[in-house]
Design a protein around this ligand. Structure first.
Ligand SMILES: [Zn+2]
Length: 495
């Protein structure tokens, strides 16, 4: 989200190389393996075999029991439906009672290190925390030059973390931090040219008016770079669908659902969610508009990143102090940032605001967002999972697991929820020949779980090992990466 809070971003470059999360480098960089496939992660040399494992290939809603998966030089070489004898010289993982899924993609993340109050030195270790939660691909949604360096270092195997896609600094008209601050269409076009020239993967939009939006879409098309991000009510969903951007947060969908005779035109999108009066608009939503809007979304080909968990928990469901304090995310948050969030949260949930933000309206907020997700999915639209961490006291990986749970709460099958973080994301990033399913030839980005996530999506959190480009990382190693992440963020916050 990176738009409301004190978690503001900055551009400060590279002291982070001093703190590399994990020591052993992988053997060969991405390009050496297969230049025809645009993998952005390194590949481990040698042979790894997982025996007696239940494979969830994610090609369809099925489990392949008692399989043997052979990985050679970082790619899946063979999947056999029998135990067999592991080839000589192979590292063997006993997969008995365990489930193997493709590595997860988190399509909406930021780093603590992006914050002006946090030194860049924690960036690499933060990627390790994501990896420890099964995230083998991540999209950084408000880019910095440091992210471009990290993208390169991960691809070269010098930083052990998820493959990275990096959106540009955000184009907007109010927040100067880590931004292309633009007031005119000419400035907007110039920002798109600079972002494309700098090598960012996407153009990120947050707060822009309709003329600026139109200029960005037009210029981005010329430079063949895709646009992602917010949809301001001034732009609106119909224009956003027509413009071909990838849409985050379900922005402006509530405005699009307002009844024709509603006395207001705006709702809870962007800063609206903080405005008590905007919540009155929840009484004027027309459910009959949900199906046509979802159908139009699907037909347009727009890919939707709802960031449902953060939006519903922060703004409508609410979470108790003890819930927040007792989950692992809390230990990663530096005290300075979490105290700020706790103050914003206390204000947001103050008795004054709850006069307008009634229990009934908050329940409606959650219900309508769930209906939209389900309807977009049922219409054949594409949902991609993004945690929007670290925002609102959620943190890496754990936030993504909750995001997947929120899709099941919206009515998706666990298989379809899991697909938002695997195949759907790989297809959107145009790298589906390389990852997103468990098939021969694919990059061995895999997660070994202690229980079946198709039976209960919550089991995605029961991670026993992660395999990154063929390199196995045990639970103990993953725990170490989390600890190093905590230490690096704490150290970066006090520098
Ligand atoms: Zn965000």
């Amino acid at each position: 989200m990176q738009r409301f809070c004190q978690n503001r971003l900055t551009v400060r470059v590279v002291a982070w190389m001093a703190v590399v999360a994990i020591s052993t480098p992988l053997v060969h960089p991405a390009v050496a393996q297969n230049s025809a496939i645009a993998s952005r992660g390194a590949f481990a040399s040698g042979r790894l075999v997982i025996t007696n494992v239940s494979v969830i290939p994610m090609t369809r809603d099925t489990v392949v029991p008692n399989a043997t998966v052979v990985i050679e030089n970082g790619r899946i070489a063979r999947i056999a439906r029998s135990a067999g004898t592991p080839p000589a010289g192979a590292t063997v993982i006993d997969g008995r009672g365990k489930y193997l899924i493709p590595g997860l993609a988190d399509m909406h993340v930021h780093l603590f290190a992006d914050n002006p109050a946090i030194h860049d030195s924690s960036g690499a270790a933060e990627l390790g925390v994501m990896l420890a939660a099964g995230v083998t691909t991540a999209r950084l949604m408000i880019g910095t030059p440091q992210h471009l360096e990290l993208r390169k270092e991960v691809a070269a195997g010098r930083v052990v973390g998820p493959q990275l896609w990096v959106a540009s600094p955000h184009i907007n008209n109010r927040d100067p931090d880590n931004a292309y601050l633009v007031k005119t269409e000419a400035e907007a076009r110039d920002a798109v040219r600079r972002a494309a020239g700098a090598g960012y993967d996407f153009i990120k939009i947050t707060f822009v008016t309709r003329p600026i939006y139109d200029a960005v879409i037009d210029e981005a098309r010329k430079h063949r770079i895709r646009v992602v991000g917010h949809v301001d009510p001034d732009v609106g969903v119909p224009r956003a669908l027509e413009g071909g951007a990838q849409l985050e947060h379900l922005d402006s969908y509530f405005e699009a659902l307002l009844a024709d005779d509603a006395p207001m035109k705006t709702s809870v999108t962007q800063y609206g969610v903080y405005q008590d009066s905007a919540w009155r608009s929840l009484d004027y939503l027309d459910d009959a508009k949900i199906a046509p809007l979802a159908g139009a979304t699907a037909r347009s080909g727009a890919v939707i990143g709802p960031t449902q968990n953060v939006f519903t928990t922060a703004f409508a469901i609410g979470e108790s102090d003890s819930t927040i304090h007792n989950r692992p995310d809390w230990t990663l948050w530096p005290a300075s940032l979490r105290d700020g969030y706790m103050r914003v949260r206390a204000r947001y949930w103050g008795p004054q605001s709850l006069q307008y933000r009634t229990e009934q309206r908050r329940a409606r907020f959650v219900d309508v967002r769930r209906k939209l997700i389900k309807a977009i999915h049922d219409s054949g639209g594409t949902i991609i999972a993004g945690s929007d961490t670290p925002e609102w006291l959620h943190a890496y990986g754990w936030g993504l697991h909750r995001e997947l749970q929120s899709y099941v709460a919206a009515g998706l099958r666990p298989f379809d929820a899991l697909r938002t973080a695997t195949g759907n994301s790989a297809r959107y990033l145009q790298t589906n020949p390389d990852w997103g399913t468990i098939e021969v030839g694919k990059r061995a980005d895999l997660v070994l779980l202690g229980a079946n996530p198709l039976a209960d999506i919550g089991n995605v959190a029961r991670i026993e090992a992660v395999i990154l480009g063929g390199r196995p990382l045990s639970r103990a190693e993953l725990d170490t990466m989390v600890t190093r992440g905590q230490q690096a963020v704490a150290a970066a916050a006090s520098r």
